[in-house]
Write a protein that binds this ligand. Structure first.
Ligand SMILES: [Zn+2]
Length: 271
């Protein structure tokens, strides 16, 4: 059984209302040993700002996590993590963010193509969609080659929002570009996340097993597993499925991070 969920949001993220206590109690009930609280920090185009995303807010989140660590000591290992969205929009501040806190684990992601959340890209025509897809993959390549993080979250997020708009956009159509990202991750020893949140609505993880296999072929060794839960009932959702896919794709096990150090957990043994 996978006993670590490395992608969970609490109400320190603007899109979650769940308290850390409710998340922790649920995780303990499920038999998890480790949970990474990876609340959002989103970067925007320079002219736009979100009031929540500032260093003071991260500091408050850290304090809440430290208090919870004392409350759940011996029952649950709570990791201080972060999900940094589009760090390449403001590399300077993003790097400062990484060096200003003692994170256990850092996820990087790209939600805002063209400065607009992928969620609102439904209106696009074919050409605009293509441009958005290339901007998305180019952005992920820059992040993968240059940014200081641990695992790349939901690599084919574009699939989730295209599905909502009634069509499916697969980055598998751009195999060479995707492999370039995977190669950059593998060379730098970064992990790729298998995100189970889409399994709640559709029969596929993010990214798909096909892309995970490409990652293995490109030399990738580290996979983190995340539910991307914004509600307690989604913690560790469908992790048995993620575990099966990882094994089928040829990975030794799944990776967890603590103080930004990777450890691969294999079924039956650790290394
Ligand atoms: Zn997330």
């Amino acid at each position: 059984m996978v006993d670590a969920d490395l992608h969970v949001h609490s109400n320190m993220s603007p899109d979650s209302r769940e308290t850390l206590d409710d998340i922790c109690l649920k995780a303990i009930k499920l038999g998890l040993k480790t949970i990474a609280i990876s609340d959002h920090y989103e970067f925007y185009w320079p002219e736009r700002r979100h009031p929540v995303f500032n260093f003071k807010h991260v500091e408050e989140g850290q304090e809440i996590i430290e208090k919870a660590r004392i409350r759940y000591n011996g029952e649950l290992n709570i990791l201080f993590a972060i999900e940094i969205g589009q760090p390449h929009f403001d590399f300077h501040t993003a790097k400062k963010l990484v060096s200003s806190f003692d994170f256990d684990f850092i996820l990087a992601s790209f939600h805002k193509v063209g400065g607009t959340d992928l969620m609102s890209h439904d209106y696009m025509n074919e050409d605009e969609r293509k441009r958005a897809l290339y901007e998305y993959l180019d952005g992920l390549l820059i992040i993968s080659e240059l940014f200081d993080f641990d695992s790349l979250a939901h690599l084919d997020l574009i699939k989730r929002y295209s599905l909502k708009a009634g069509r499916i956009e697969r980055i598998e159509t751009e195999e060479e570009r995707v492999r370039e990202i995977l190669r950059a991750l593998a060379i730098r020893g970064k992990a790729l996340e298998i995100n189970t949140s889409l399994l709640r609505d559709y029969d596929e993880t993010m990214p798909s097993a096909e892309i995970l296999r490409w990652f293995r072929e490109e030399g990738g060794e580290r996979i983190t597993i995340g539910s991307d839960a914004h509600k307690r009932e989604h913690v560790a959702y469908a992790f048995d499925c993620a575990e099966r896919i990882i094994r089928d794709c040829g990975f030794k096990g799944y990776t967890i991070y603590e103080k930004r150090k990777a450890r691969i957990i294999c079924p039956g043994r650790e290394e």
